[in-house]
Design a protein around this ligand. Structure first.
Ligand SMILES: [Zn+2]
Length: 47
């Protein structure tokens, strides 16, 4: 199970509906919206 750390909540959130995005450095990452605060969470290095 993949988890991302939310810096706003200072808690780990489970990745459920992550969207794959490409970062500026050409690395792929997963983007998830925190269900609690609505902030963006990124998981880098996951395919
Ligand atoms: Zn949050």
């Amino acid at each position: 199970m993949t988890q991302a750390y939310c810096f706003k909540c200072r808690a780990k959130r489970e990745i459920k509906n992550a969207e794959r995005v490409l970062l500026k450095n050409n690395r792929s990452a997963l983007k998830e919206v925190c269900p609690v605060c609505g902030g963006e969470l990124f998981v880098i290095g996951k395919e």
